[in-house]
Design a protein around this ligand. Structure first.
Ligand SMILES: Nc1ncnc2c1ncn2[C@@H]1O[C@H](COP(=O)(O)OP(=O)(O)OP(=O)(O)O)[C@@H](O)[C@H]1O
Ligand SMILES: [Mg+2]
Length: 493
C-alpha cells in the first residue's frame, strides 16, 4: 500500500490509501471535480487480508490536504472487539453520532458511533450483535432520515420510524432525528396559556404554549393516566407522545385506555419498550423530539409528552457505560448530563410554532432529589409533583398543588386570574399548616384568620381538583369554579 504525500503537518493523517497507480494522470488536484473523484483502488478486505478483488470500491477520496493533494481515507473498517453490546471497530475514522452498518453473518446490523479513541471507534448497536464476528466489515450508513411531520399523526411507530400499529406503511416526509437547538433569539415569546383540560393543573400550575415542565412521581401514582387526560384535553393542534422503556403491556393499555381512539387520531406515538437495546430507547426520544420540531416548524402548537425521561437517562447510561465512560452521580455517566439539556432545549417556543413539553421523571422511592430529577428541575420551566399520599386517599389526579409550580403562569394569565389562583393556593397552604393540630383537636377556630379561611375553603378546593379521567374542563370553567369558592366564603362572613 502506498501513502500519498502530505505536504504539511496539519494535513489529516491517513492509515491507508490508494496506490499511486490509481491517480488520474492530468489536471489539478484542487478542482471540485477532482475532490469528488472516487478512488477505486483495492484495500483491506474482510478480515483485513489485503485482497482487493472482493471490495473494488474500498477507498474513497474525501478530502484534500493543505497542499492540495488528495487524501484517500478508508470507507470501511473491521470489527475487532465484541463484548456484550459493545463493538469496537478499527481502520475507519467516523465522527461521534455517525450511523454505521455492520455486515455480519445474519445480515446487516445498524449501529451508531458513541466513543472514539486512538485508532478505534466504539459502536452502540441498534439490535443484538448476534451473528457478528471479529473481522466483519463496518461502514458508514448514508443518512436517509426517518418519517416526520403530518404523515406520522394518527400513527404508532418504533424508534426507527417503522409502523407498529398494523395500519400499513407510514407515508411521510423524512428527516434527520438530531437537529440543532434553535438560537435563543429566534424563539418567539411565550404569551398564551395552554389549557390542558385538567382542573388542578389549570388552576395551580397553568401551563403556557411553549413551556417545558417535569411531571415528578414515584411508580404507580398515576403519571400515565394523567398524561392521557392531558393528551385528550389540551388545546393543542397535535400531540407527539414518546413512550421510552415501558413494559410492552403498558404501551397497549396507554394507547387504548389512557389515550383513546379520538386523541390517537391527532397524536404521533413513538414507542421503545424496555426489552429493546439501550440505543434504540435513546433514539426514541431524539426521534419523537424531531417529529415535534417538524410539526411546530410548520406553524403548529404541539403538545409533547414523554414517559419517561428517567428511563431515557437509564438507557443513555447503558450506552455510556458500554462506550467506556466513567460512572459519576449514582452511576450515571457524563453523557447523560450532556444529553438531557441538549434534548430538553429542543422543545419550547420556536420561530413559527411552539412545543409545549411534559416529561415524566420517576422519583426513586419518592426521593425527589436524585441526580436526574435535580438536573431536569434546573432545566425546565416548572414542575408538577404527584403525591402518593393523595393517590392512597383516592384524590386523583394526585397532583400536589403546593409542591407544583409553573414559572410562567403569571405571564400568561390575567391579573385577576393570578389573584384568584394565589388566594386558593394560600388557602390550601394555610389549611395544610394547621392540619396536624386540627386532627388532634388542638386548633382553636378564630386564632388565625388565614388558617380559618384555609380550613373553610380547602374542602371545596379539594373537591374542585378531583377529576374523573373521562372529564375535560375548560380553563374558564376552572377559574369560574375557583372564584365561586372564594365568593361563597366571602358571602358567609
Ligand atoms: N385519575 C385517576 N382516577 C382513578 N384512578 C387512577 C387515576 N390515575 C391513576 N389511577 C390509578 O392508579 C393506577 C396507576 O396509574 P398509572 O398507570 O397512570 O400510574 P403510573 O405512575 O404511570 O405507573 P407506572 O410508574 O407503573 O408507569 C391506575 O391503575 C389506577 O388504578
Ligand atoms: Mg406509567
Amino acid at each position: 500500500m502506498n501513502t500519498p504525500a502530505s505536504s504539511g503537518p496539519a494535513g489529516p493523517s491517513t492509515t491507508t490509501a490508494a496506490p499511486a497507480t490509481a491517480r488520474p494522470s492530468t489536471g489539478s488536484w484542487n478542482s471540485p471535480r477532482d475532490r469528488a473523484a472516487k478512488w477505486s483502488a483495492g484495500g483491506e478486505s474482510r478480515g483485513g487480508s489485503g485482497d482487493a478483488s472482493d471490495t473494488p470500491l474500498d477507498r474513497v477520496e474525501i478530502d484534500v490536504d493543505p497542499g492540495g493533494l488528495p487524501i484517500a481515507l478508508p470507507i470501511s473498517g473491521t470489527v475487532t472487539v465484541i463484548r456484550g453490546m459493545e463493538v469496537g471497530v478499527r481502520g475507519i475514522r467516523l465522527p461521534m453520532g455517525a450511523a454505521v452498518s455492520v455486515d455480519g453473518f445474519a445480515g446487516t446490523l445498524d449501529a451508531e458511533v458513541v466513543a472514539a479513541s486512538d485508532g478505534e471507534i466504539r459502536l452502540a448497536m441498534l439490535g443484538e450483535p448476534i451473528g457478528l464476528t471479529c473481522g466483519d466489515r463496518a461502514r458508514p450508513t448514508l443518512a436517509s432520515g426517518q418519517p416526520m411531520g403530518r404523515g406520522v399523526l394518527g400513527r404508532v411507530v418504533d424508534a426507527l420510524g417503522h409502523p407498529i400499529d398494523g395500519k400499513g406503511p407510514v407515508y411521510a416526509a423524512r428527516g434527520l432525528i438530531d437537529r440543532p437547538v434553535p438560537a435563543a433569539l429566534t424563539r418567539r415569546r411565550i404569551t398564551e396559556p395552554m389549557p390542558c383540560g385538567v382542573r388542578v393543573l389549570d388552576a395551580f400550575t397553568t401551563l403556557a404554549k411553549g413551556q417545558r415542565v417535569g411531571l415528578f412521581a414515584g411508580s404507580g401514582v398515576g403519571k400515565s393516566t394523567l398524561l392521557g387526560m392531558i393528551a385528550r384535553g389540551a388545546e393543542a393542534d397535535c400531540v407527539v407522545i414518546c413512550l421510552v422503556g415501558e413494559r410492552g403491556r403498558e404501551v397497549r393499555e396507554f394507547l387504548e385506555d389512557d389515550l383513546g381512539p379520538v386523541a390517537a387520531e391527532r397524536a404521533a406515538v413513538v414507542v421503545a419498550t424496555s426489552d429493546q437495546p439501550a440505543l434504540v430507547r435513546v433514539r426514541a426520544l431524539r426521534y419523537a423530539t424531531a417529529i415535534a420540531e417538524q410539526l411546530a416548524d410548520e406553524g403548529r402548537n404541539v403538545l409533547f409528552l414523554c414517559d419517561s425521561l428517567t428511563r431515557f437517562a437509564l438507557a443513555q447510561r447503558e450506552v455510556g457505560l458500554a462506550a467506556g465512560e466513567p460512572p459519576t452521580a449514582r452511576g450515571f455517566t457524563p453523557s447523560v448530563f450532556a444529553a438531557l439539556p441538549r434534548l430538553l432545549e429542543r422543545t419550547g417556543p420556536r420561530e413559527h410554532g411552539t412545543i409545549t413539553a411534559i416529561y415524566t421523571v420517576l422519583v426513586d422511592g419518592d426521593d425527589h432529589n436524585d441526580p436526574i430529577a435535580d438536573t431536569v428541575r434546573g432545566i425546565l420551566d416548572g414542575h408538577i409533583v404527584l403525591d402518593r399520599r393523595l393517590a392512597h386517599a383516592g384524590r386523583y389526579p394526585a397532583v400536589d398543588p403546593l409542591m407544583s409550580i409553573s414559572r410562567l403562569a403569571s405571564k400568561v394569565l390575567s391579573a385577576e386570574k393570578v389573584a384568584i389562583a394565589d388566594r386558593a393556593r394560600r388557602a390550601l397552604a394555610a389549611a395544610e399548616a394547621v392540619r396536624d393540630l386540627v386532627e388532634v383537636g388542638a386548633y382553636a377556630p378564630g386564632s388565625n384568620p388565614e388558617a380559618d379561611e384555609g380550613l373553610a375553603m380547602s374542602p371545596a378546593l379539594i373537591e374542585l381538583c378531583r377529576q374523573r379521567t373521562d372529564e375535560i374542563s375548560s380553563l374558564e370553567d376552572t377559574f369560574t369554579g375557583l372564584s365561586g369558592i372564594a365568593a361563597a366564603i366571602d358571602g358567609a362572613r
